[in-house]
Design a protein around this ligand. Sequence first.
Ligand SMILES: [Zn+2]
Ligand SMILES: [Zn+2]
Length: 108
Amino acid sequence: MSKSDEPCCPLCGRPFGAARNISRHHLIPMSKGGKKGLTVDMHNICHRKIHATLTNRELKLNYFTIEKLQQHPEIAKFIQWVSTKPPEFYERSRDSKIRQAKRKWKRR
Ligand SMILES: [Zn+2]
Ligand SMILES: [Zn+2]
């Protein structure tokens, strides 16, 4: 296997790195009937960004493909930003990031 066969995140295109970086996203949220639908593996940080940016309703109606997610202005900006970071970035910065995300979540 060559290096280019390394699995990559479909959202940001970076290699996954360690297995603990990976989480599974339902393209149609489970609560919106996507339980048996398509899933994609992506970085924890990329997955978190999707759910911090979009509601399950928006995901089901407009953002049920990776291409559409990548076209969302907020997520496009995130992809540009995260593409400069190493795959392990999320794990190292985990604590402060999670606290920030939780605070944000409550405000919505
Ligand atoms: Zn990613
Ligand atoms: Zn998800």
